[in-house]
Design a protein around this ligand. Structure first.
Ligand code: UDX
Length: 437
C-alpha cells in the first residue's frame, strides 16, 4: 500500500515511520526543504525516544521516503494523511489554512481515486470543508475524479509516541463511504494482530472524539489541582486522596496527578478550540472554561509559594529550575509551566539558573539568554536560594541530597510534581513544599 503523509511534525513523522514499519510504502511530505533534506539523511528535528532508529531503519529498507512536493507524489498514493499544524488563531479557534492548502493541492492535481484522511486535530466540520475544497478545484479543472475523506484522530503522547502508535488502546476512524472504510481497514490490519479495536463512526463524531478525549483528560488534571489546593488548606494530602479515589474503577488511577499545571501542544490548544466551537454554536462549555482558568492559576502556584517563603522579598534572589519541558521525555516547551515561572521570576528581579536534560536549546530559542543554562543538575544549584522542580525527569527523582545541600545557599525546595519524599528531605535539613499537602 502506498500512502503519503503531509506534515513532518510530531504526528506526521511518527505516523509515517510506524506505518512504514508495518510494511506500507510511505512518503512523508513537507514544504520545509531543509527539514526534508535532513530527514533524508536520517536527522530527526525533534526528540522522541526510538524515533530516529525507526526512521533510519525504514529509510534503509526503502519503505520510508521524503518529498517537498505533494503534487509530484500524489497520484502514486492510495491514501493521503494530513498531519499539518492547526495553530490557534487569536480567538482560540484552530487555523485551518495549512489543512485547506493541502486540500487545494490535492484538488489541483488528483487524477485517480484517493482517500484523504485528516490526522491533524481539526474542528468538527473540517473534513467536509476539505471535501468541498477538493471538489471546487476538480471542478475548476473540469475533471471528475472520485475521492473520499475520512477522519482518523491521533492520540499519541509525546515521549511515548512510538509505543502509543504501534499498540494503541483504540483507533478511531470517521468515514462515510464503504470504499474508504475497506481501504483503511486494510491499512490498519497489521495492528489488529495486537488485539486492539478500530472504532468506525461518522466523520463529525470522530472529529469530536479527539477534542472530547483531550478535554476530559485536561478536566481530570484541573480537577485534581483544584482538590490539591483545597487539601493544603484543610490539612489533607492529595496523594492519599488520589490513591483513595483512583481505586474506584469508575474513576481509574491514571491522569489524576496534581502538579504545577498541564502544558504541551494539545491540551491548552484543544480546550480553547472546543470552547470556541461551542461559543460559535451558541453554547457555553462552562466546565471547560473553568478547566482552563484553574490551569492558568495552577501555573502560578509555585511562584506564589516562593513569594510566601521569602515574605515577598524576591529581588536579587537566585532560583534554580530543574526541568523546562512541559513533561519528561520531550524537548517540547509549548505552553510549559516553566515559561510562566521564568517570566514571573525575572519580573520579580530573580536570577534564574536552569537545567533540563533535553529542552535547554528549545528554551534558548524561545527566551534567549535571559536565564543561565547549566550542563548538569547539580551545577545549576550553585549558591541558589531555592530550587523549583518543574518537570519530573527520571534523573531528578533520586538526587544526592548531600551534594544538593552543599551547593544551595538556602535549602528550600519547591516540588511542582510531588516526586520528592518529605521525610528524606527533612533529614537533610531542607525546607520542602509540594502540591496538595
Ligand atoms: C496529550 C494526550 O495525552 C494525547 O492523547 C493527545 O494525542 C495529545 O495530548 P501530550 O500532550 O503528549 O498528550 O502529554 P500528556 O502526557 O497527556 O501530558 C499533558 C500535560 O498534562 C503535561 O503537562 C503533564 O505534566 C500534565 N499531566 C498529565 C498532569 O499534570 N497530571 C497528570 O496526571 C497527567
Amino acid at each position: 500500500m502506498n500512502i503519503a503523509i503531509v506534515g513532518t511534525g510530531y504526528v506526521g513523522l511518527v505516523s509515517g515511520a510506524c506505518f512504514a514499519e508495518t510494511g506500507a510504502t510511505v512518503t512523508c511530505v513537507d514544504v520545509d526543504c531543509a527539514k526534508i533534506a535532513a530527514l533524508r539523511k536520517g536527522i530527526i528535528p525533534i526528540y522522541e525516544p526510538g524515533l530516529d532508529e525507526l526512521v533510519v531503519k525504514n529509510i534503509n529498507a526503502g519503505r520510508l521516503k521524503f518529498s517537498t512536493s505533494l503534487a509530484e507524489v500524489l497520484n502514486d498514493q492510495q491514501i493521503v494523511f494530513t498531519a499539518v499544524g492547526t495553530p490557534p488563531d487569536e480567538d482560540g479557534s484552530a487555523d485551518l489554512k495549512y489543512v485547506l492548502q493541502v486540500a487545494k493541492t490535492i484538488g489541483e492535481n488528483l487524477n485517480r481515486y484517493l482517500v484523504v484522511v485528516t490526522k491533524s486535530t481539526v474542528p468538527v466540520g473540517t473534513s467536509h470543508k476539505i471535501a468541498d475544497t477538493i471538489k471546487a478545484e476538480l471542478k475548476k479543472r473540469g475533471v471528475d475524479v472520485a475521492f473520499d475523506v475520512a477522519s482518523n484522530p491521533e492520540f499519541l503522547k509525546e515521549g511515548n509516541a512510538i509505543k502509543d502508535f504501534m499498540s494503541p488502546d483504540r483507533v478511531v476512524i470517521g468515514v462515510d463511504s464503504e470504499r474508504a472504510k475497506n481501504i483503511l481497514t486494510k491499512l490498519y490490519k497489521p495492528f489488529l494482530l495486537n488485539n486492539f479495536r478500530v472504532i468506525f463512526m461518522d466523520i463529525p463524531s470522530a472529529e469530536m472524539t479527539k477534542y472530547a478525549a483531550n478535554s476530559m483528560l485536561a478536566t481530570r488534571i484541573s480537577f485534581m489541582n483544584d482538590i490539591a489546593n483545597l487539601c493544603e488548606l484543610v490539612g489533607a494530602d492529595v496523594n492519599k486522596v488520589r490513591a483513595g479515589i483512583g481505586s474506584d474503577t469508575r474513576i481509574g488511577r491514571k491522569f489524576l496527578y496534581a502538579g504545577c499545571g498541564y502544558g504541551g501542544s494539545c491540551f491548552p490548544k484543544d480546550v480553547k478550540a472546543l470552547i470556541k466551537t461551542a461559543d460559535d454554536n451558541g453554547y457555553s462549555l462552562e466546565v471547560l472554561k473553568a478547566v482552563e482558568k484553574v490551569n492558568e492559576r495552577q501555573k502560578e502556584v509555585l511562584f506564589k509559594k516562593l513569594v510566601k517563603a521569602f515574605d515577598g522579598e524576591l529581588k536579587g534572589k537566585s532560583v534554580a529550575l530543574w526541568g523546562l519541558a512541559f513533561k519528561p521525555e520531550t524537548d517540547d516547551m509549548r505552553e510549559s509551566t516553566a515559561l510562566v515561572v521564568i517570566k514571573k521570576l525575572l519580573n520579580a528581579g530573580c536570577k534564574v539558573q536552569a537545567y533540563d536534560p533535553e529542552a535547554m536549546n528549545e528554551c534558548r530559542r524561545i527566551i534567549g539568554d535571559k536565564i543561565e543554562y547549566y550542563e548538569n543538575k547539580y551545577d545549576a544549584l550553585q549558591n541558589v536560594d531555592a530550587l523549583i522542580l518543574l518537570t519530573e525527569w527520571k534523573e531528578f527523582r533520586l538526587p544526592d541530597w548531600n551534594v544538593v545541600a552543599n551547593k544551595m545557599h538556602r535549602k528550600l525546595i519547591l516540588d511542582g510534581r510531588n516526586i520528592f519524599d518529605n521525610d528524606d528531605l527533612a533529614e537533610h535539613g531542607f525546607e520542602y513544599h509540594c502540591i496538595g499537602k
